[in-house]
Design a protein around this ligand. Sequence first.
Ligand SMILES: Nc1ncnc2c1ncn2[C@@H]1O[C@H](COP(=O)(O)OP(=O)(O)OP(=O)(O)O)[C@@H](O)[C@H]1O
Length: 395
Amino acid sequence: MSDASSIQKANPGVNDAILQVDHLSMKFGGLVAIGDLSFQARRGEITALIGPNGAGKTTVFNCITGFYKPSEGMITLNRRDGSSYLLERLPNHEIPARAKVARTFQNIRLFSGMTLLENLLVAQHNKLMKASGYTILGLFGFSGYRTASAESIDLARHWLEKADLVNRADDPAGDLPYGAQRRLEIARAMCTGPELLCLDEPAAGLNPKESMALNALLMDIKDNTGTSILLIEHDMAVVMQISDHVVVLEYGRKISDGSPHAVRTDPRVIAAYLGVEDEDVETVLIEVGDEDVIEQLDTGPDSTHGPDSSSSYFAGPVSDTVGHSEGERVTVSKGASKAGQVDARSGAAARPASPAEAEPAAKPSAAKSSAAKPAAKAPAKPKTPGDSNRGGGNE
Ligand SMILES: Nc1ncnc2c1ncn2[C@@H]1O[C@H](COP(=O)(O)OP(=O)(O)OP(=O)(O)O)[C@@H](O)[C@H]1O
Protein backbone atom coordinates (compact mmCIF):
# COMPACT_ATOMS: atom_id res chain seq x y z
CA MET A 1 0.00 0.00 0.00
CA SER A 2 1.25 3.47 -0.74
CA ASP A 3 1.54 6.07 1.96
CA ALA A 4 2.17 9.77 2.15
CA SER A 5 5.90 9.17 2.36
CA SER A 6 5.81 7.81 -1.19
CA ILE A 7 5.24 11.35 -2.37
CA GLN A 8 7.89 13.70 -1.15
CA LYS A 9 6.21 17.00 -1.85
CA ALA A 10 4.95 19.18 -4.64
CA ASN A 11 8.01 21.11 -5.79
CA PRO A 12 7.42 24.69 -6.82
CA GLY A 13 9.57 24.38 -9.96
CA VAL A 14 9.99 21.52 -12.38
CA ASN A 15 13.16 19.59 -11.70
CA ASP A 16 15.56 19.17 -14.63
CA ALA A 17 16.20 15.57 -13.65
CA ILE A 18 13.20 13.38 -14.28
CA LEU A 19 14.96 10.49 -12.56
CA GLN A 20 17.48 10.67 -9.78
CA VAL A 21 19.11 7.45 -8.59
CA ASP A 22 21.06 7.81 -5.34
CA HIS A 23 23.36 5.20 -3.84
CA LEU A 24 21.29 2.35 -5.19
CA SER A 25 22.32 -1.15 -4.27
CA MET A 26 20.65 -4.48 -4.89
CA LYS A 27 21.92 -7.65 -3.31
CA PHE A 28 20.74 -11.16 -3.92
CA GLY A 29 22.12 -12.98 -0.90
CA GLY A 30 25.88 -12.55 -1.20
CA LEU A 31 25.68 -11.38 -4.80
CA VAL A 32 25.89 -7.62 -5.21
CA ALA A 33 24.14 -6.98 -8.52
CA ILE A 34 24.19 -3.18 -8.07
CA GLY A 35 26.71 -1.43 -5.83
CA ASP A 36 26.30 2.17 -4.73
CA LEU A 37 25.02 3.43 -8.06
CA SER A 38 24.06 7.08 -8.54
CA PHE A 39 23.06 8.79 -11.77
CA GLN A 40 20.49 11.16 -13.24
CA ALA A 41 18.28 11.02 -16.32
CA ARG A 42 17.40 14.50 -17.55
CA ARG A 43 13.93 15.50 -18.65
CA GLY A 44 13.27 15.30 -22.37
CA GLU A 45 16.47 13.39 -23.08
CA ILE A 46 17.38 9.85 -24.06
CA THR A 47 19.64 8.35 -21.40
CA ALA A 48 21.30 5.05 -22.26
CA LEU A 49 22.37 2.55 -19.65
CA ILE A 50 25.04 0.31 -21.15
CA GLY A 51 27.51 -2.28 -19.95
CA PRO A 52 28.56 -5.86 -20.54
CA ASN A 53 26.28 -8.82 -19.86
CA GLY A 54 25.52 -9.17 -16.17
CA ALA A 55 26.55 -5.58 -15.41
CA GLY A 56 23.25 -4.98 -13.63
CA LYS A 57 21.29 -2.95 -16.18
CA THR A 58 18.05 -4.92 -16.01
CA THR A 59 18.30 -5.00 -12.24
CA VAL A 60 18.36 -1.18 -12.27
CA PHE A 61 15.21 -1.23 -14.43
CA ASN A 62 13.59 -3.73 -12.10
CA CYS A 63 14.29 -1.44 -9.15
CA ILE A 64 12.94 1.61 -10.99
CA THR A 65 9.76 -0.13 -12.07
CA GLY A 66 9.08 -1.81 -8.74
CA PHE A 67 9.81 -5.43 -9.68
CA TYR A 68 12.59 -5.41 -7.08
CA LYS A 69 12.77 -3.43 -3.88
CA PRO A 70 16.35 -2.16 -3.61
CA SER A 71 18.53 -3.22 -0.69
CA GLU A 72 19.68 0.38 -0.27
CA GLY A 73 19.31 3.73 -1.96
CA MET A 74 16.73 6.10 -3.27
CA ILE A 75 15.05 6.45 -6.67
CA THR A 76 13.24 9.74 -7.17
CA LEU A 77 10.91 10.42 -10.07
CA ASN A 78 10.14 14.11 -10.62
CA ARG A 79 6.97 14.65 -12.62
CA ARG A 80 6.23 17.62 -14.84
CA ASP A 81 3.54 18.87 -12.47
CA GLY A 82 6.20 19.29 -9.78
CA SER A 83 5.31 16.23 -7.69
CA SER A 84 8.05 13.77 -6.79
CA TYR A 85 7.80 10.06 -6.03
CA LEU A 86 10.18 7.78 -4.21
CA LEU A 87 9.79 4.77 -6.45
CA GLU A 88 11.31 2.29 -4.02
CA ARG A 89 8.40 3.04 -1.70
CA LEU A 90 5.58 2.88 -4.23
CA PRO A 91 3.82 -0.45 -4.79
CA ASN A 92 4.78 -1.61 -8.28
CA HIS A 93 1.23 -1.36 -9.71
CA GLU A 94 1.17 2.34 -8.74
CA ILE A 95 4.42 3.19 -10.50
CA PRO A 96 2.84 3.41 -13.99
CA ALA A 97 -0.34 5.09 -12.77
CA ARG A 98 1.03 7.64 -10.33
CA ALA A 99 4.67 8.13 -11.23
CA LYS A 100 3.96 7.69 -14.96
CA VAL A 101 6.76 5.24 -15.66
CA ALA A 102 6.25 2.66 -18.42
CA ARG A 103 8.59 -0.09 -19.52
CA THR A 104 9.21 -2.77 -22.10
CA PHE A 105 11.06 -6.02 -21.49
CA GLN A 106 13.97 -7.80 -23.11
CA ASN A 107 11.59 -10.48 -24.39
CA ILE A 108 8.51 -9.29 -26.26
CA ARG A 109 5.36 -9.41 -24.14
CA LEU A 110 2.47 -8.69 -26.48
CA PHE A 111 -0.92 -10.38 -26.53
CA SER A 112 -0.07 -12.21 -29.72
CA GLY A 113 -3.61 -13.50 -30.40
CA MET A 114 -5.13 -10.03 -30.10
CA THR A 115 -5.07 -7.45 -32.87
CA LEU A 116 -2.66 -4.53 -32.81
CA LEU A 117 -5.52 -2.17 -31.98
CA GLU A 118 -6.71 -4.40 -29.14
CA ASN A 119 -3.21 -4.51 -27.69
CA LEU A 120 -3.17 -0.73 -27.54
CA LEU A 121 -6.66 -0.56 -26.05
CA VAL A 122 -5.77 -3.04 -23.31
CA ALA A 123 -2.98 -0.67 -22.31
CA GLN A 124 -5.65 1.94 -21.64
CA HIS A 125 -7.82 -0.40 -19.60
CA ASN A 126 -7.44 1.57 -16.36
CA LYS A 127 -8.58 4.79 -17.97
CA LEU A 128 -11.60 3.05 -19.51
CA MET A 129 -12.59 1.31 -16.27
CA LYS A 130 -12.43 4.60 -14.44
CA ALA A 131 -14.64 6.20 -17.10
CA SER A 132 -17.16 3.38 -16.76
CA GLY A 133 -17.55 4.18 -13.08
CA TYR A 134 -16.52 0.55 -12.48
CA THR A 135 -20.08 -0.64 -13.28
CA ILE A 136 -21.46 -2.68 -16.14
CA LEU A 137 -24.08 0.02 -16.70
CA GLY A 138 -21.32 2.44 -17.45
CA LEU A 139 -20.29 0.31 -20.40
CA PHE A 140 -23.73 0.79 -22.02
CA GLY A 141 -24.97 4.25 -21.23
CA PHE A 142 -22.46 6.40 -19.47
CA SER A 143 -21.46 9.25 -21.80
CA GLY A 144 -18.14 9.63 -20.03
CA TYR A 145 -17.33 6.07 -21.01
CA ARG A 146 -18.26 6.63 -24.64
CA THR A 147 -16.01 9.69 -24.78
CA ALA A 148 -13.15 7.88 -23.09
CA SER A 149 -13.59 4.94 -25.42
CA ALA A 150 -13.44 7.16 -28.51
CA GLU A 151 -10.37 8.92 -27.12
CA SER A 152 -8.67 5.60 -26.49
CA ILE A 153 -9.24 4.51 -30.06
CA ASP A 154 -7.89 7.83 -31.32
CA LEU A 155 -4.80 7.50 -29.16
CA ALA A 156 -4.26 3.92 -30.30
CA ARG A 157 -4.58 4.99 -33.93
CA HIS A 158 -2.16 7.86 -33.33
CA TRP A 159 0.51 5.52 -31.98
CA LEU A 160 -0.10 2.93 -34.67
CA GLU A 161 0.59 5.68 -37.20
CA LYS A 162 3.72 6.79 -35.37
CA ALA A 163 4.96 3.21 -35.31
CA ASP A 164 4.14 2.83 -39.00
CA LEU A 165 1.71 0.01 -38.23
CA VAL A 166 -1.70 1.52 -38.89
CA ASN A 167 -2.24 -0.60 -42.00
CA ARG A 168 -2.06 -3.71 -39.87
CA ALA A 169 -4.30 -2.50 -37.05
CA ASP A 170 -6.66 -5.47 -37.37
CA ASP A 171 -4.01 -8.20 -37.73
CA PRO A 172 -3.02 -10.37 -34.78
CA ALA A 173 0.10 -8.96 -33.11
CA GLY A 174 1.77 -12.37 -33.38
CA ASP A 175 1.72 -12.12 -37.18
CA LEU A 176 4.00 -9.08 -37.24
CA PRO A 177 7.70 -9.30 -38.09
CA TYR A 178 9.97 -9.03 -35.08
CA GLY A 179 10.99 -5.40 -35.55
CA ALA A 180 7.35 -4.35 -35.94
CA GLN A 181 6.46 -6.18 -32.71
CA ARG A 182 9.16 -4.15 -30.94
CA ARG A 183 7.63 -0.91 -32.23
CA LEU A 184 4.16 -2.08 -31.24
CA GLU A 185 5.37 -2.64 -27.68
CA ILE A 186 6.70 0.91 -27.58
CA ALA A 187 3.43 2.21 -29.03
CA ARG A 188 1.55 0.29 -26.36
CA ALA A 189 3.71 1.76 -23.61
CA MET A 190 3.14 5.25 -25.04
CA CYS A 191 -0.63 4.73 -24.84
CA THR A 192 -0.29 4.84 -21.04
CA GLY A 193 0.97 8.46 -21.28
CA PRO A 194 4.33 7.91 -19.56
CA GLU A 195 6.67 10.69 -18.52
CA LEU A 196 9.54 8.19 -18.33
CA LEU A 197 9.75 5.31 -20.80
CA CYS A 198 12.17 2.52 -19.87
CA LEU A 199 13.17 0.32 -22.81
CA ASP A 200 15.11 -2.87 -22.20
CA GLU A 201 17.13 -3.72 -25.30
CA PRO A 202 14.58 -2.57 -27.90
CA ALA A 203 17.04 -3.10 -30.77
CA ALA A 204 17.95 -6.68 -29.83
CA GLY A 205 17.54 -8.95 -32.83
CA LEU A 206 16.63 -6.17 -35.27
CA ASN A 207 18.07 -5.92 -38.75
CA PRO A 208 19.57 -2.57 -39.84
CA LYS A 209 16.35 -1.41 -41.49
CA GLU A 210 14.32 -2.26 -38.41
CA SER A 211 16.92 -0.51 -36.24
CA MET A 212 16.52 2.65 -38.31
CA ALA A 213 12.74 2.52 -37.92
CA LEU A 214 13.17 2.08 -34.17
CA ASN A 215 15.57 5.04 -33.97
CA ALA A 216 13.07 7.19 -35.89
CA LEU A 217 10.27 6.23 -33.51
CA LEU A 218 12.36 6.97 -30.42
CA MET A 219 13.53 10.33 -31.79
CA ASP A 220 9.92 11.18 -32.62
CA ILE A 221 8.89 10.38 -29.04
CA LYS A 222 11.72 12.48 -27.67
CA ASP A 223 11.08 15.46 -29.94
CA ASN A 224 7.30 15.54 -29.91
CA THR A 225 5.97 14.17 -26.63
CA GLY A 226 8.26 15.38 -23.88
CA THR A 227 8.54 11.79 -22.66
CA SER A 228 12.04 11.05 -21.38
CA ILE A 229 13.60 7.73 -22.32
CA LEU A 230 15.86 5.45 -20.33
CA LEU A 231 17.35 2.89 -22.64
CA ILE A 232 19.25 -0.32 -22.05
CA GLU A 233 20.95 -1.24 -25.28
CA HIS A 234 23.82 -3.36 -26.52
CA ASP A 235 23.61 -2.02 -30.07
CA MET A 236 26.19 0.76 -29.98
CA ALA A 237 25.02 2.23 -33.29
CA VAL A 238 21.64 2.90 -31.70
CA VAL A 239 23.16 4.19 -28.46
CA MET A 240 25.62 6.55 -30.14
CA GLN A 241 23.09 7.87 -32.65
CA ILE A 242 20.16 8.72 -30.43
CA SER A 243 21.37 9.09 -26.83
CA ASP A 244 21.97 12.44 -25.21
CA HIS A 245 23.64 10.91 -22.20
CA VAL A 246 25.20 7.53 -21.48
CA VAL A 247 25.78 5.81 -18.15
CA VAL A 248 28.11 2.81 -18.19
CA LEU A 249 27.96 -0.01 -15.67
CA GLU A 250 30.41 -2.77 -15.06
CA TYR A 251 29.95 -5.35 -12.31
CA GLY A 252 27.13 -3.26 -10.83
CA ARG A 253 29.24 -0.12 -10.51
CA LYS A 254 29.20 3.02 -12.62
CA ILE A 255 32.44 3.36 -14.56
CA SER A 256 31.55 6.27 -16.83
CA ASP A 257 28.81 8.86 -17.25
CA GLY A 258 28.64 11.56 -19.91
CA SER A 259 27.93 12.40 -23.52
CA PRO A 260 28.09 9.57 -26.09
CA HIS A 261 31.38 10.99 -27.36
CA ALA A 262 32.94 11.23 -23.90
CA VAL A 263 31.90 7.70 -23.04
CA ARG A 264 33.02 6.32 -26.37
CA THR A 265 36.55 7.62 -25.84
CA ASP A 266 36.77 6.75 -22.15
CA PRO A 267 39.50 4.09 -21.81
CA ARG A 268 37.65 2.47 -18.91
CA VAL A 269 34.65 1.92 -21.14
CA ILE A 270 36.69 0.73 -24.07
CA ALA A 271 38.47 -1.73 -21.86
CA ALA A 272 35.33 -2.93 -20.18
CA TYR A 273 32.88 -2.90 -23.02
CA LEU A 274 32.07 -1.54 -26.45
CA GLY A 275 32.46 -5.00 -27.90
CA VAL A 276 36.22 -5.08 -27.51
CA GLU A 277 37.80 -8.48 -27.06
CA ASP A 278 40.71 -8.77 -24.64
CA GLU A 279 43.22 -9.07 -27.42
CA ASP A 280 41.86 -5.96 -29.16
CA VAL A 281 41.89 -3.66 -26.15
CA GLU A 282 45.39 -2.31 -26.84
CA THR A 283 44.56 -1.62 -30.47
CA VAL A 284 41.50 0.38 -29.53
CA LEU A 285 43.34 2.29 -26.83
CA ILE A 286 46.01 3.22 -29.37
CA GLU A 287 43.26 4.50 -31.66
CA VAL A 288 41.91 6.56 -28.79
CA GLY A 289 45.43 7.77 -28.17
CA ASP A 290 45.83 7.09 -24.47
CA GLU A 291 49.22 5.46 -24.40
CA ASP A 292 49.59 5.84 -20.68
CA VAL A 293 46.58 3.65 -20.18
CA ILE A 294 47.82 1.17 -22.72
CA GLU A 295 51.04 0.69 -20.84
CA GLN A 296 49.31 0.21 -17.58
CA LEU A 297 46.33 -1.90 -18.49
CA ASP A 298 46.77 -5.56 -17.80
CA THR A 299 44.81 -7.51 -20.34
CA GLY A 300 45.76 -10.90 -18.95
CA PRO A 301 43.25 -13.34 -17.52
CA ASP A 302 42.16 -12.90 -13.94
CA SER A 303 41.90 -16.16 -12.09
CA THR A 304 39.15 -14.93 -9.78
CA HIS A 305 37.01 -13.97 -12.74
CA GLY A 306 36.98 -16.85 -15.10
CA PRO A 307 34.06 -17.49 -17.40
CA ASP A 308 32.23 -19.50 -14.77
CA SER A 309 32.30 -16.94 -12.02
CA SER A 310 29.53 -14.42 -11.63
CA SER A 311 31.03 -11.02 -12.28
CA SER A 312 28.49 -9.24 -10.16
CA TYR A 313 29.45 -11.41 -7.23
CA PHE A 314 32.43 -9.12 -6.94
CA ALA A 315 30.61 -5.91 -7.72
CA GLY A 316 31.92 -2.77 -6.19
CA PRO A 317 31.09 -1.86 -2.72
CA VAL A 318 28.27 -0.45 -0.83
CA SER A 319 30.41 -1.83 1.88
CA ASP A 320 33.47 -3.84 1.08
CA THR A 321 32.22 -6.85 2.96
CA VAL A 322 28.68 -8.05 2.59
CA GLY A 323 26.85 -10.62 4.64
CA HIS A 324 25.87 -13.79 2.81
CA SER A 325 22.37 -15.08 3.40
CA GLU A 326 23.69 -18.19 5.14
CA GLY A 327 26.00 -16.36 7.45
CA GLU A 328 29.27 -16.56 5.53
CA ARG A 329 30.99 -13.34 4.70
CA VAL A 330 32.03 -12.40 1.22
CA THR A 331 34.68 -9.83 0.48
CA VAL A 332 33.94 -7.68 -2.50
CA SER A 333 36.94 -7.19 -4.73
CA LYS A 334 37.44 -3.98 -6.67
CA GLY A 335 40.40 -5.14 -8.68
CA ALA A 336 38.57 -7.56 -10.89
CA SER A 337 37.62 -5.67 -13.97
CA LYS A 338 39.62 -4.05 -16.70
CA ALA A 339 37.94 -0.77 -15.86
CA GLY A 340 38.92 -1.39 -12.26
CA GLN A 341 42.47 -1.92 -13.37
CA VAL A 342 42.46 1.40 -15.16
CA ASP A 343 41.10 3.03 -12.00
CA ALA A 344 43.62 1.18 -9.88
CA ARG A 345 46.37 2.35 -12.18
CA SER A 346 45.41 5.98 -11.52
CA GLY A 347 45.50 5.34 -7.78
CA ALA A 348 48.78 3.49 -7.98
CA ALA A 349 50.38 6.26 -9.99
CA ALA A 350 49.41 8.78 -7.32
CA ARG A 351 50.46 6.56 -4.41
CA PRO A 352 54.15 6.17 -3.55
CA ALA A 353 55.23 2.55 -3.84
CA SER A 354 55.79 0.71 -0.58
CA PRO A 355 59.36 -0.40 0.14
CA ALA A 356 58.44 -3.97 -0.62
CA GLU A 357 57.12 -3.00 -4.06
CA ALA A 358 59.90 -0.56 -4.94
CA GLU A 359 62.27 -1.63 -7.67
CA PRO A 360 65.95 -0.63 -7.75
CA ALA A 361 66.53 2.82 -9.21
CA ALA A 362 68.46 1.23 -12.07
CA LYS A 363 65.23 -0.27 -13.44
CA PRO A 364 62.81 2.64 -13.85
CA SER A 365 60.67 1.04 -16.53
CA ALA A 366 60.18 -2.14 -14.52
CA ALA A 367 59.26 -0.07 -11.49
CA LYS A 368 56.60 1.70 -13.52
CA SER A 369 55.24 -1.55 -14.79
CA SER A 370 55.05 -3.01 -11.30
CA ALA A 371 53.17 -0.04 -9.92
CA ALA A 372 50.91 0.01 -12.89
CA LYS A 373 49.29 -3.36 -12.35
CA PRO A 374 48.27 -3.56 -8.74
CA ALA A 375 44.92 -5.18 -9.24
CA ALA A 376 45.77 -8.04 -11.52
CA LYS A 377 48.99 -8.80 -9.74
CA ALA A 378 47.76 -8.41 -6.20
CA PRO A 379 49.05 -11.13 -3.90
CA ALA A 380 46.69 -13.66 -2.37
CA LYS A 381 47.33 -12.18 1.07
CA PRO A 382 47.41 -8.40 1.41
CA LYS A 383 50.71 -6.90 2.39
CA THR A 384 49.17 -4.11 4.40
CA PRO A 385 45.81 -3.71 6.13
CA GLY A 386 45.04 -0.89 3.74
CA ASP A 387 45.15 -3.36 0.88
CA SER A 388 42.75 -5.80 2.46
CA ASN A 389 39.97 -5.34 -0.04
CA ARG A 390 42.10 -5.73 -3.12
CA GLY A 391 42.75 -8.87 -5.02
CA GLY A 392 40.63 -10.98 -2.70
CA GLY A 393 37.80 -13.30 -3.48
CA ASN A 394 35.87 -15.16 -0.87
CA GLU A 395 37.26 -15.03 2.57
N1 LIG B 1 16.44 -12.35 -9.17
C1 LIG B 1 17.76 -12.54 -9.14
N2 LIG B 1 18.31 -13.40 -8.28
C2 LIG B 1 19.64 -13.59 -8.22
N3 LIG B 1 20.51 -12.97 -9.04
C3 LIG B 1 20.03 -12.10 -9.92
C4 LIG B 1 18.64 -11.84 -10.04
N4 LIG B 1 18.45 -10.92 -11.01
C5 LIG B 1 19.67 -10.62 -11.50
N5 LIG B 1 20.62 -11.35 -10.85
C6 LIG B 1 22.07 -11.28 -11.08
O1 LIG B 1 22.44 -9.94 -11.03
C7 LIG B 1 23.47 -9.69 -11.97
C8 LIG B 1 23.05 -8.57 -12.90
O2 LIG B 1 22.04 -9.08 -13.77
P1 LIG B 1 21.27 -8.18 -14.80
O3 LIG B 1 20.28 -9.03 -15.51
O4 LIG B 1 20.78 -6.97 -14.14
O5 LIG B 1 22.46 -7.75 -15.80
P2 LIG B 1 22.35 -7.04 -17.21
O6 LIG B 1 23.38 -5.99 -17.23
O7 LIG B 1 20.95 -6.62 -17.47
O8 LIG B 1 22.76 -8.22 -18.18
P3 LIG B 1 22.29 -8.49 -19.69
O9 LIG B 1 22.92 -7.44 -20.54
O10 LIG B 1 22.84 -9.84 -19.97
O11 LIG B 1 20.79 -8.45 -19.73
C9 LIG B 1 23.74 -10.99 -12.69
O12 LIG B 1 24.85 -11.61 -12.07
C10 LIG B 1 22.46 -11.78 -12.46
O13 LIG B 1 22.74 -13.15 -12.46
